[in-house]
Ligand binder design. Structure first.
Ligand SMILES: Cc1cc2nc3c(=O)[nH]c(=O)nc-3n(C[C@H](O)[C@H](O)[C@H](O)COP(=O)(O)OP(=O)(O)OC[C@H]3O[C@@H](n4cnc5c(N)ncnc54)[C@H](O)[C@@H]3O)c2cc1C
Length: 420
């Protein structure tokens, strides 16, 4: 491996690939290193039946369409293949199987000393394109030796993988609801702990919610609404895409629960927040319909009315009379799936680019350590930042910032020029 490089991009998921495209467009020499394979997360960190959350016409880079019906939801393998094909198309210089183990600022000169599993690299700029989904989080609620198989959603593949018995799924974002639904359909008894969530309509008046969020300017929101920082979004591209409806999940046999707070003497203690969370999710759903109707009227669009979208089913008994304490063994539960999200992992990035709480300190990805950039983080610049179409625009901005910095360094002032 040549050990001098202008820009080192760490990670070859969608973020690293987009970064490479924009650096190439500006003629900036760079190298992308990836410890596993291109688009590894889509290959080995997703369950078998996962489909993209957005339709193929939307969940993609501008420069390449999916080889599927534009309104279809690409499978996880199709997404992985798409990203690999895109990396080939833009000629991304990627070295796979190379892990970055440390990045430190040089002393007395610009740039960074990078240690990798394949030897050292000297890089003038470093882009951390490892994203937000690095370390699966399992809250310490149920002890590991409590007698249940406990796994994070990244390790879930399919219902057959689990021991016979009922399943507790904790977390009702896109992963939790889809996994719970699949397990229930396979004949399992399923309990689903539901936290604060948004559940936009999959489609309304003939347009997918990705379109609605686009025209309503919501993908471009620069920060989550105050108080909604921890609200997850529950959407599904399974079965050709459908609205996540907790009433329908309950009707299909899933028992909804509140927040999983503690585990005492074999019983899971559940928060009193289920009804509130369902109501807040409904309010979010209905408010999107209102905004969509207003947009249609304002712009005089001829889109079919859909009054039935406003009809919410009856409140399920498990919501009206929520379980507050569940004896897991007595309920027949043998497996617990934690669909509780991810943390970043920047242990390798040993520079001054983090705040006191250890979070990346940056403005639109330009970190507080000159020369270090972050890409792929949720809300890096806007709501769309961690999604495939959003990261492309953030990468473009960072490539511009790097080009601007290179321009300054290339400048030879009158004094220097005269002395040559
Ligand atoms: C279950 C799930 C479903 C999702 N579905 C969608 C969807 O349908 N549509 C959408 O737009 N988004 C979706 N997302 C969100 C997001 O698009 C994906 O998580 C995507 O994989 C993020 O891409 P990334 O490039 O930022 O990070 P990653 O895909 O995580 O890529 C980072 C890469 O960096 C590598 N790496 C990490 N550390 C190092 C190191 N030290 N040295 C070298 N390499 C390293 C990793 O191996 C990895 O390949 C989903 C997320 C999840 C969790």
């Amino acid at each position: 491996m040549s050990n001098q490089i202008e820009v080192l991009v760490v990670g070859a998921g969608q973020a690293g690939i987009a970064m490479s495209e924009h650096l190439t467009a500006r003629g900036v020499p760079h190298l992308v290193v990836e410890r596993d394979r291109v688009a590894e997360r889509w290959r080995s960190w997703r369950w078998d039946s996962l489909a993209a959350n957005g339709p193929a016409w939307h969940d993609r880079f501008p420069g390449l369409e999916f080889d599927v019906d534009p309104d279809a939801f690409a499978s996880k393998d199709q997404v992985a293949d798409y990203l690999s094909a895109y990396a080939d198309k833009v000629g991304a210089p990627i070295r796979t199987g190379v892990e970055v183990t440390s990045v430190r600022a040089n002393t007395g000169r610009s740039g960074f000393a990078v240690e990798t599993s394949d030897g050292p690299i000297d890089a003038r700029y470093v882009v951390a394109a490892t994203g937000a989904f690095q370390r699966p989080i399992i809250p310490s609620v149920v002890p590991a030796d409590a007698g249940f198989d406990q796994l994070h959603s990244v390790s879930y593949r399919n219902p057959e993988q689990l021991a016979p018995g009922a399943v507790l799924v904790v977390g009702a974002g896109s992963s939790g609801v889809q996994i719970a639904d699949e397990l229930s359909e396979s004949g399992r008894k399923v309990y689903l702990a539901v936290g604060p969530h948004d559940r936009p309509p999959r489609s309304y008046r003939g347009r997918d919610f990705c379109w609605w969020l686009g025209v309503l300017g919501k993908w471009d929101a620069v920060a989550p609404p105050v108080g909604a920082e921890h609200v997850t979004i529950a959407v599904s591209g399974a079965h050709g895409g459908h609205t996540v409806d907790f009433r329908a999940l309950a009707t299909s046999g899933i028992t909804l629960l509140g927040r999983a707070n503690a585990f005492v003497d074999g019983a899971l203690l559940l928060g009193d927040d289920l009804r509130h969370n369902i109501a807040a999710g409904d309010a979010n759903y209905l408010s999107m319909l209102d905004e969509a109707d207003a947009y249609i009227e304002r712009n005089g669009l001829d889109l079919p009315e859909e009054p039935q979208a406003r009809v919410l089913g009856p409140e399920p008994d498990c919501v009206s009379n929520p379980i507050r304490e569940l004896d897991l063994a007595a309920a027949g539960i043998t497996s617990i799936i934690w669909a509780t999200g991810f943390a970043t992992d920047y242990d390798w990035l040993k520079v001054d680019a983090f705040d006191d709480a250890g979070r990346p300190a940056h403005s639109r990805g330009v970190s507080t350590e000159p020369g270090v950039y972050f890409l792929g983080l949720p809300w890096l610049s806007r709501r769309g930042s961690s999604f495939i179409w959003g990261v492309w625009h953030d990468a473009k901005y960072l490539a511009d910032q790097i080009s601007i910095q290179r321009g300054y360094l290339a400048y030879e002032g009158a004094t220097e020029a005269a002395s040559v």
